[in-house]
Design a protein around this ligand. Structure first.
Ligand SMILES: *Cc1c(COP(=O)(O)O)cnc(C)c1O
Length: 335
């Protein structure tokens, strides 16, 4: 199957599985898994932060970051379409007693500065205490403008807020803009990074930040069940991805652009966004059902909703992109 539903569908390579098999392991809850410790040290260095902490998922890494920044009755400013707010089951509120203060994302994924400023509440016992600004990069595949990130995080600091970045796909932003990871992490107090998406690890995310922040996060990670034992097996996969898969993201971006070009030539199909490894396209309503079945019959998995998202990843090659376009062309030539 050519699976374009998400970059989470990537399978570990033989070399990655070898690295996992060969990893020396200990008990990470006791802090003595050498592979986890080496990975965390290396990642912290690459991200330009004091410390890093391995997590089983990006959802848990984000949740723990929010809880480590905020206390009960605090709130965090976040985008309406941000993953932490929209796609993580409301965990900050449910498990963290943290109130989200969502604001509308602009078309480029940013949160307008004046809206951030207006959302910060006065020190008054009627209000939740605004404590944190959370951004996301990439968001819907789009790279946040670098000058915007600097301004938004400066504003947050001026208003006494901490800053967190959901950087599930920050490596895509780094490769797309040829900017070191360190530079993209610099404006933020904490960053969550995912290795199980375009980087191809089967499991694994990590949080980076100051020593004190990661110390608090370790406590919360244990509480939410994220303390793992011989997790060097997971860290080895993440370490392998960090060393060998980051540069390959450029191929995903190139292939996504090529897919967008192909889709744009189809009758009635409108490509709305192509950014990093994602393509969003609009298909006429009457085609959605028959086209979905047609694609599935031809070995292509894609969720054809109103705003269809195609996600390109390392298990998709040039021939796959050509096949997707050809199968779509064949459909439209018959309908
Ligand atoms: C995937 C993703 C996460 C975390 O997802 P998990 O499936 O829990 O690892 C967080 N933020 C964004 C933007 C994501 O795309």
């Amino acid at each position: 199957m050519i699976d374009l539903r998400s970059d989470t569908v990537t399978r570990p390579t033989a070399a990655m599985l070898d690295a996992m098999m060969a990893a020396p392991v200990g008990d990470d809850v006791w802090g003595d898994d050498p592979t986890v410790n080496a990975f965390q040290a290396k990642l912290a260095e690459e991200a330009g932060k004091e410390a890093a902490l391995l997590f089983p998922s990006g959802t848990q890494s984000n949740l723990v970051a929010l809880i480590a920044h905020c206390e009960r009755g605090d709130e965090y400013i976040v985008g309406q379409s941000a993953h932490t707010y929209r796609y993580e089951g409301g965990g900050a509120a449910v498990l963290g007693s943290i109130q989200p203060q969502p604001i509308e994302n602009a078309i480029d994924g940013s949160l307008p500065l004046e809206n951030i400023n207006a959302a910060v509440k006065a020190d008054d016992f009627h209000f939740a205490r605004t404590r944190l600004l959370a951004l996301e990069n990439t968001i819907g595949g789009k790279v946040l403008p670098a000058d915007y990130v600097v301004k938004a995080t400066e504003l947050a600091r001026e208003r006494g807020l901490a800053t967190h970045l959901d950087g599930a796909r920050l490596f895509n932003a780094s490769v797309a803009t040829d900017t070191p990871l360190k530079q993209l992490c610099l404006p933020f107090d904490s960053v969550s990074l995912c290795f199980s998406k375009g980087l191809g690890a089967p499991i694994g995310s990590a949080l980076v930040g100051s020593q004190a922040f990661i110390g608090r996060a370790r406590r919360w990670r244990k509480m939410v069940g994220g303390g793992m034992r011989q997790s060097g097996i997971i860290a080895a996969a993440c370490q392998h991805a960090l060393e060998h898969h980051v540069a390959d993201l450029a191929d995903d971006h190139r292939r996504a652009a090529r897919l967008a070009e192909g889709l744009a030539t189809l009758p009635g199909v409108k490509v709305t966004v192509q950014a990093t490894n994602m393509v969003f396209a609009h298909f006429p309503d009457k085609h959605i059902k028959p086209l979905s079945s047609w694609l599935k019959e031809h070995g292509i998995l894609i969720e054809l909703l109103y705003a269809t998202r195609f996600v390109v990843h390392r298990d998709i090659n040039d021939a796959d992109i050509d096949k997707v376009v050809a199968v779509m062309e064949a459909y439209f030539s018959r309908h």
